[in-house]
Every structure is written in C-alpha cells, then in structure tokens.
Design a protein around this ligand. Structure first.
Ligand code: AMP
Ligand code: GLY
Length: 426
C-alpha cells in the first residue's frame, strides 16, 4: 500500500505520523513535505497546487491513495483529476470543495436549508455594500471576502469608517485578489468557538473529537490573527447536549444540503462553530482537516485512519465504529520572531533529536527544512509541540515542558494555550 499526502505543514505531518501507525504499514510519500516530514515519508518537490505535477508524481510512484490535505488544491479540483485517473483519493471533489472556496455559496446554502449562521447579505457592487453598512448602522460588523484568502479575508469592523475601509480594500484594492470580487457582510456573533472536524461519505457523518484553536498571536487573545498558535482537544465548551444539537441542526442538514445540490461531500468536513446565546451557529466551513486542529485530534484517534479513508471513499462509513482515546491533547505552536508579520528563516533549531522529535511530546513540523542533519526554520509557524495526557492540565503541562527544551533565534509562543478551556472546566 502506497500513500501520497499532498501538503507540507504541521497538519500533514500529523496525518503522516497517524498513517505510519497503521498495522498495514503503508509506504508513505509527501509532496512537498518539510524537514520533519522527511523523517517519516519520502518527500517530493511538487507544489501542493500543481495539479498536473501531482498527477505525474502519483503515476510515477504508482501510489494507491492520495490524501489531499490543503484547501487550495481541493478547490482547484485535484481530487477530481486524480479520481479520473484511477487513484483513490481522500478529499472532496471540486463541486463539494466550494463549501470552503466560496463564502457566498456556503452562506446561501445555509439560508436555503435553514442551517443556523450569522445573518448576512452578499454584494458584488462596493457602493451597494457601503449603502447596506450605513443602513444597518450596527457595529462591530463582519466583512468577508468571498474566496480563499489564506485565512485572512475576514475583517471585524468596529465602526462605519472601518467597515467602509474594509469594502475598499477587499473590493477595490483587491488585497485578497479575485477572492474579493464578492463580499459577505454579516452579523457579529459572540460566544466560545469550537472546531468540529467530521468524516463524511455523503451517507453518514462521523464527528471527531472537538477542539479549540487560538488564532491571535499574543497571550490573552491579543495581537494579529494567525494561522493558529495552538489547539486543545476536546473542547470543554462542547458538551454532549451541544454535540447532539449540532448533529441535528448543523451536521446532518449540511450533509443533506450538499447532496441536495448535487455536490455530495466525501472527506473531512470542518465546522467552525460559535456557541452563541441563541445556540450553535456556523462561522465557516472548511473542506479539509484544520491546521493546527489536526495536530490534537488525530493523536486521539484509535481506529486505523486508513480504514476510515477506505470507508469514506466506498460509502461504508456507517459500518465503521470510530474509536477515540480518553484524556486530552494540547499543541503549542513555536513561531519565528516577527510572525505573523515579517520574519526571518534559516535559523538552526536546537533541542530536537535526529528524528526531529523530543522527549515527552510529538513534534509536528510546520515550517522546517533539513540542512544535512540539522533542522532549520523555514516558515512563520515552525513546530507544533503536542502532548497527550489523562487531563487537559497534564497534556498542557507536558506540551509546555517539551516546548521549553526546544529553541531557535527569535522563537516565540503563547504561554496561555488552553487557559480559557481550563477555566471553563471549573
Ligand atoms: P474565518 O476565517 O471565517 O474562520 O474567520 C476568522 C475568525 O473571525 C473566526 O474564527 C472568528 O473568530 C471571527 N469571525 C468570523 N465571523 C464572525 C462573526 N460573524 N462574528 C464574530 N466573529 C466572527
Ligand atoms: N485552524 C483553522 C483552519 O485550519 O482553517
């Protein structure tokens, strides 16, 4: 069994380390991969968005499976191209990936099928968008570019001036490119956020253990938005009752809605939820595993991931009983100095063993490269230091103890990952 994983971050490293545990001992490949992944899989220099290059590589390697982890190749249709060429693929079709690729699509889907989400309007004309903002006259308000924008296409405007400015920069200056040709303007919601990833084959849906991301750069949820500075699982705000409500009101209706639109979703569907005073609402959908949610969710998975991939592709997910470990998992992201703004790369990392790992934790490499037997930084987010424990507290203690033993010039990380979750637990 040969598997090619597309991507090269911490999420892909976590996927590869989980696949490496499979009793079927698959031969693992990754494109493009990174320094840490190279210790567990053969890495190939093909960009994740290079559809033809990836097909060529899959053929050359004669792989059985391709696991397409990032959003952009899925939205471009890499899943379809590979399936058309006879490969088994984990990841949705282009028609289904639009649930992440277009916020206008996903908002209209939720409205049509009565799935709870923030109230909104969509606009193609900046003047009409500005007129709507003035008419609503409620702040904060949320302005979102329609398409993929590296997670940066959301502006929370605190005043009319900021909202109008957001329209200018998204629709006229096109700072997010063509993503900003359409915008969604929506109601500002409040409440704890929960990420729920779910396996689905279009017939049934199996939510994974819940998690909580920490998006801001600095302690106390201050500073700029990032790709995610740390995660914990499970999320203590997500009670059994809320999980049941989400299944009824959000997960199943979304799966049926995609079937109803002839866009059956097979793969991992990510629900970004907010637990508002009026019940759980969808903030966003992603068509893939989250990063860094995957780093805390997959270590808790007991069932062979390969079995789940097969069940998803064969539409037999309902026959599989997916098992999870007890306890908790925590991931602390070690970032380059300056991230999420300008940062330097090429700094030597110390504290890692020859496999790129350290005592007491799993180290998922996000932005590293190998230089002989040294690991160098090669990205904004560098490492996800991840530990499991019988409780959230013990998982966090272990992750932080391991993080302290790793260093590189300029390293910074949040010291308060999981703090709010611990307080919620009482
Ligand atoms: P997204 O890229 O859609 O995940 O949005 C980034 C972040 O913006 C989310 O994780 C939320 O914290 C925040 N956000 C997005 N939409 C809303 C909303 N309607 N109300 C409040 N916060 C929001
Ligand atoms: N952690 C958020 C995402 O993967 O989009």
């Amino acid at each position: 069994m040969k598997i090619l994983v597309v991507g090269g971050g911490g999420r892909e490293h976590a996927i590869i380390m989980k696949l490496a545990e499979s009793p079927r001992h698959p031969e693992l490949h990754c494109a493009p991969g990174n320094g840490g992944i190279a210790k567990y899989a053969a890495c190939h220099p093909v960009k994740a968005t290079d559809l033809d290059g990836m097909l060529k590589l899959a053929k050359e390697l004669a792989v059985d499976w391709v696991f397409v982890a990032p959003d952009d190749p899925l939205v471009l249709g890499m899943g379809d191209l590979l399936r058309e060429n006879g490969f088994k693929v984990f990841g949705p079709s282009k028609a289904a990936a639009i649930i992440e690729g277009s916020k206008v699509f996903s908002k209209n889907l939720m409205k049509k099928y009565g799935i709870p989400t923030a109230k909104y309007e969509t606009f193609t004309d900046p003047a009409a968008a500005i007129a709507y903002i003035k008419e609503q006259d409620t702040y904060p308000t949320v302005v979102k570019a329609d398409g993929l924008a590296l997670g940066k296409g959301v502006i929370i405007a605190q005043s009319e001036d900021e909202a109008v400015e957001a329209i200018h920069i998204i629709m006229e200056d096109k700072v997010f490119g063509e993503s900003g040709a359409n915008v969604v303007i929506e109601e500002f919601l409040t409440g704890p956020e929960v990420s729920v990833l779910a396996f689905t084959d279009g017939e049934s849906i199996a939510p994974m253990i819940s998690s909580m991301d920490h998006k801001r750069a600095l302690d106390g949820d201050r500073g700029k938005n990032t790709g995610g500075m740390g995660t914990i699982a499970p999320n203590p705000y997500y009670t059994k009752e809320i999980a049941e409500q989400c299944m009824r009101e959000i997960f199943l209706p979304t799966m049926h809605a995609m079937n109803g639109e002839n866009r059956t979703f097979r793969g991992c569907l990510y629900f970004g939820l907010m637990l508002t005073p009026n019940g759980p609402k969808v903030i966003e959908y992603n068509c893939r595993f989250g990063d860094p949610e995957t780093q805390v969710v997959l270590p808790m998975l007991k069932t062979d991931l390969l079995d789940i991939m097969e069940a998803t592709e064969n539409e037999s997910l309902n026959d599989l009983s997916i098992q999870w470990k007890e306890g908790a998992c925590a991931c602390v992201i070690l970032a380059s100095g300056g991230y999420p703004e300008k940062y330097e790369s090429g700094k030597e990392i110390s504290g890692l063993n020859e496999k790129g790992q350290c005592e007491g934790a799993a180290v998922y490499h996000a932005g590293t490269k190998l230089d002989g037997d040294r690991f160098l930084t090669a990205g904004g987010r560098v490492l996800g230091v991840t530990a499991s424990g019988t409780s959230l507290k013990s998982a966090l203690n272990a992750a932080y103890a391991a993080a302290e033993t790793i260093t590189f010039e300029g390293v910074h990380y949040r010291k308060d990952i999981g703090k709010r979750a611990l307080a919620a637990k009482g």
